[in-house]
Design a protein around this ligand. Structure first.
Ligand SMILES: Cc1ncc(COP(=O)(O)O)c(C=O)c1O
Length: 378
C-alpha cells in the first residue's frame, strides 16, 4: 500500500471511551495566583492536602545519595521497599504492592477488575479519580450519597449492590469531607460483602484519624481475599512529588496486580525516599502533632466565626462558611491563601501554626467585609 499523507483527526482514531472522559483540569498553581495578585509576597497552598512541613529530611538526603545512580533502572517491583513496609507493618511482603501513588493503585485495581458494563459503587462526593478510572474501563459508576454526617453510607452502598456489581470503593476517612466511618462498623460491612465483589478501601489519610494508624483495617487482607487496601507516602510522609503508594491485599490479588502493572511501578528516587521516610518516625510524630493541634485550633476559631466544621479525621477541614465556596476561595486568594473551592463546601488543608493564624485572620476579614456571595440556602 502506498504511504499517503492525508489529514486525519486523531480523535477519529481513539477508543470511544476516551471521548467520553472529561478533560484533565490541572489546579491553579501559585504562579497564576501571583500573576493575578502581584502585591502578594507568599502563596500558601492549602488546596491539595500536602504536608506543610515539607518532606522528611531523611527522604531528601536519601534522594541526594540515590541521584548518583540515576543511570540505572529501578527494581521493577520495589522489593526493598516492600520488605521495609512488611517489617513496619508486621506482614509478609507478598501482601504488598508498590504503585505510582495511591492513584496508581486505584487505576490498577480498576484495570484488573472492572470489565465493560460492570458496576462500581461508591459514595459521592469522594476522591475524584474513582469515577474517572471506572469510566475508563467502560464500567458503570454507581454513586450513592454520603450519610448525614458526610461519611460513606455503608447501608446505602449495600442496598445499591446488584448482580452486576464488581467493585465497591470506600474512602475512609473521606476526601473531600474529612469524615470517617468507625472501624468496627466498617469491619462488619467488609466481612459481609460477597467474595465475588472486590472492595477497594482507600486509607490515604488513615494515620490522621482519631485512633491514628490503629484505625487501619489492612490486616483484614489476611482473611478477606477480595479486599485491597490503599495507602500512600504523599500525605503523612510528605512525598507527594515522588508518587509512591502501595496496596495491601491477599496473595492472589497481589499477583494479578503485578501481572497488569507497568514494568517499573516506582522510580529509583521514589523507592529510596519512601524507605528513608518510613524510618523517619520523628518526622511522622512532628507532622501528627502539627495536624492535631492545627485541627483543634482551626475548628475552634472557625466555629467562633459561625462556620460549620465537619469533624475531620484527616489533614484538612471541610467547612460550611455560609459563603459560596468558589467565592470564599477567591476571596482567600487575595490574601495569598489557596484552598479548594470547587466542592459544595470549602476544603482547606491544615497548615503550620503560622499558616493557620494567617488563614483565620483572612477569614475574619472576609466575614467582617460584605463583598463575598452567600451560599444558596445558607
Ligand atoms: C482519598 C485519596 N486517595 C488517594 C489519593 C492519592 O494520593 P497519591 O496518588 O498522591 O498517593 C488522594 C490524594 O489526594 C486522596 O485524597
Amino acid at each position: 500500500m502506498a504511504m499517503m499523507s492525508t489529514a486525519v483527526s486523531m480523535s477519529g482514531l481513539t477508543k470511544e471511551v476516551i471521548h467520553k472522559l472529561p478533560a484533565f483540569m490541572p489546579g491553579e498553581g501559585p504562579a497564576a495566583v501571583l500573576k493575578k495578585y502581584p502585591y502578594l509576597r507568599t502563596i500558601h497552598k492549602l488546596s491539595s492536602n500536602e504536608n506543610q512541613l515539607g518532606p522528611s529530611p531523611k527522604a531528601v538526603a536519601a534522594i541526594r545519595d540515590a541521584a548518583a545512580r540515576l543511570n540505572e533502572y529501578p527494581d521493577g517491583r520495589a522489593s526493598r521497599l516492600c520488605a521495609a513496609l512488611g517489617e513496619f507493618y508486621d506482614i509478609s511482603p507478598e501482601h504488598l504492592f508498590v504503585t505510582s501513588g495511591a492513584t496508581g493503585s486505584l487505576e490498577l485495581v480498576a484495570d484488573v477488575f472492572v470489565c465493560p458494563g460492570d458496576e462500581a459503587i461508591f459514595c459521592w462526593p469522594t476522591y475524584l479519580p474513582y469515577r474517572r478510572y471506572v469510566q475508563r474501563q467502560n464500567g458503570i459508576p454507581v454513586e450513592v450519597p454520603l450519610d448525614s454526617e458526610l461519611r460513606f453510607d455503608l447501608g446505602a452502598m449495600e442496598r445499591a449492590i446488584t448482580d452486576r456489581t464488581k467493585l465497591i470503593m470506600i474512602c475512609n476517612p473521606n476526601n473531600p469531607t474529612g469524615t470517617a466511618v468507625p472501624r468496627d462498623e466498617l469491619e462488619r460491612f467488609l466481612r459481609n460483602v460477597p467474595e465475588h465483589i472486590i472492595v477497594m478501601l482507600d486509607e490515604a489519610y488513615i494515620e490522621f484519624s482519631r485512633d491514628g494508624a490503629d484505625a487501619s483495617l489492612y490486616r483484614l487482607v489476611l482473611e478477606l481475599p477480595n479486599l485491597v487496601v490503599l495507602r500512600t507516602f504523599s500525605k503523612l510522609y510528605g512525598l507527594a512529588g515522588e508518587r509512591v503508594g502501595y496496596t495491601f491485599s491477599g496473595k492472589e490479588v497481589h499477583d494479578l496486580l503485578s501481572k497488569s502493572a507497568t514494568f517499573f511501578t516506582a522510580t529509583a528516587l521514589g523507592i529510596e525516599a519512601a524507605i528513608a521516610a518510613l524510618s523517619d518516625q520523628e518526622f511522622v510524630k512532628k507532622t501528627l502533632a502539627t495536624i492535631h493541634e492545627g485541627r483543634r485550633y482551626l475548628t475552634r476559631e472557625f466555629e467562633a466565626l459561625g462556620f460549620r466544621v465537619y469533624e475531620s479525621e484527616t489533614n484538612f477541614l471541610y467547612i460550611d462558611t455560609g459563603f459560596d465556596a468558589m467565592s470564599f476561595a477567591e476571596a482567600l486568594k487575595a490574601h495569598g491563601i489557596v484552598i479548594r473551592g470547587n466542592f459544595e463546601l470549602s476544603r482547606i488543608t491544615i497548615g503550620t501554626p503560622e499558616q493557620n493564624r494567617l488563614l483565620v485572620e483572612a477569614a475574619k476579614e472576609i466575614v467582617e467585609g460584605d463583598g463575598v456571595t452567600k451560599r444558596e440556602g445558607a
